[in-house]
Design a protein around this ligand. Structure first.
Ligand code: AMP
Length: 397
């Protein structure tokens, strides 16, 4: 599926390997890592390179320091955590470029690992500055990209460096992400069902457009459903409607009908008096929606219908929650979908930060086939876009 070289295709014994990982982990108020999923997801590639005798130099960003060193965005806590996971020391570099870092890189021995300081402490990273790229590239003889979460960004550490170091290859995480996401859209076990939710239809329109000629069924939920329902002529109180997208929603409804795709919209909703966790709420259907309420979750009939469709599917791609799942009163729809996916035999692939968070919160994450580590990257993949961080790698011979 991935037509790029991977770490399996190279010999890294005795070589300095610069590996871009996505260690952009959440930290709590005391600077402790509150979720280490992204670090754990990079371990297979890290362990493989070290076991092969590579001299590993890891690079990542953390947060948005906006091109300046800021202590709260230091990767030091990640180095400590990684050392614990690997049961071996991880050298923490004081920066990601410069003479001190070059010396540390040169001094690495086979099987040793060093983590560079936050690559976004330099403005050249996000502008893909050639000089910054060449300083980073100068550290190593081999480049590995395993940061799926930033593969949609053309930055120095994802694209610039890949163009300067040969070989430039993919790590196991990128390979796995492309395998699952790619298979789901090119050769899925059918029927292929996409469940698209989240707040704004404008964010997801390109993905919906691209998926329409691939899926058998498209289930829409979350705030974005209201723009589609408005396009069908329903009035939905104060629910989130993007007026300037109603025409586009109509066009998509027509495309779906023309292509024989079953596009399903919610028939009922949990409608609240206001946008708050404690808001008074009731179930309303499309045709009896009060003027002074807003839909914050899909209703019980819609849940039953969507779960039934999931139970009959071969592959399900899920991106975006069905309601304001951060508020327990409006989380039922989202968690019911997570449960239906966990119970079904379908290949289940979850992408998008919030649906991943919901799957994790539901405690059902390990019953899904694949949970993508890249929200933006997986959405761009579903939009049919090329991911620059992957395009820049060397083609398989
Ligand atoms: P997105 O980032 O586009 O996937 O959207 C996720 C956000 O959509 C979550 O924070 C949800 O609270 C929000 N959301 C889901 N359903 C609704 C709704 N009916 N009205 C307003 N916001 C919603």
């Amino acid at each position: 599926m991935l037509n790029k070289m991977t770490v399996k295709d190279i010999d890294c014994r005795g070589k300095r390997v610069l590996c871009r990982v996505d260690f952009n982990v959440p930290l709590d108020t005391e600077g402790r890592i509150s979720d280490d999923n992204r670090i754990v997801a990079a371990l297979p590639t890290i362990r493989y390179i070290l076991d092969q005798g590579g001299r590993l130099i890891l690079t990542s960003h953390l947060g948005r320091p906006k091109g300046q060193p800021k202590a709260e965005f230091s990767l030091k806590p990640v180095a400590d955590h990684l050392a614990m996971l690997l049961s071996k020391p991880v050298i923490m570099a004081p920066d990601c470029i410069g003479s001190k870092v070059e010396q540390l890189a040169q001094a690495l021995e086979d099987g040793q690992v060093m983590l560079l300081e936050n690559v976004r402490f330099h403005p050249g990273e996000t502008t893909n500055d050639p000089q910054f790229s060449s300083q980073l590239a100068g550290l190593a003889e081999i480049y590995v990209n395993d940061a799926f979460g930033t593969a949609h960004r053309a930055h120095s550490s994802t694209v610039g460096v890949a163009q300067l170091i040969t070989p430039a290859v993919a790590g196991f995480l990128i390979e796995k992400e492309i395998r699952y996401l790619g298979q789901a859209v090119t050769e899925p076990v059918r029927p292929l069902v996409a469940i698209i939710g989240g707040a704004k239809v404008s964010d997801k329109l390109p993905a919906i457009e691209n998926l329409l000629d691939k899926v058998d069924t498209l289930l829409i939920g979350g705030g974005m459903a209201y723009t589609f329902l408005r396009a069908q002529g329903f009035t939905l109180g104060t629910s989130l409607v993007e007026e300037d997208r109603i025409d586009l929603a109509s066009t998509l409804l027509k495309h779906a009908a023309d292509q024989g795709v079953r596009l399903v919209l919610p028939q009922d909703h949990v409608a609240a008096a206001e946008f708050s966790a404690e808001a008074d709420h009731q179930v309303c259907s499309n045709s009896n929606f009060p003027d002074n309420r807003m839909g914050l979750d899909i209703g019980p009939q819609t849940i039953a219908e969507y779960c039934q469709i999931v139970s009959e599917s071969g592959t399900v791609l899920w991106n975006g929650p069905m309601g304001v799942f951060e508020f327990p009163s409006f989380a039922k729809g989202t968690f019911a979908i997570a449960q239906a996916l966990a119970d079904s035999k379908a290949v289940s692939i979850i992408g998008g930060g919030d649906s991943v968070a919901a799957a994790n919160k539901s405690g059902l994450a390990d019953r899904m086939t694949h949970i993508s580590t890249g929200g933006g990257a997986s959405l761009e993949f579903l939009e049919g876009k090329e991911l620059p961080g992957i395009s820049a790698l060397n083609d398989k011979l």
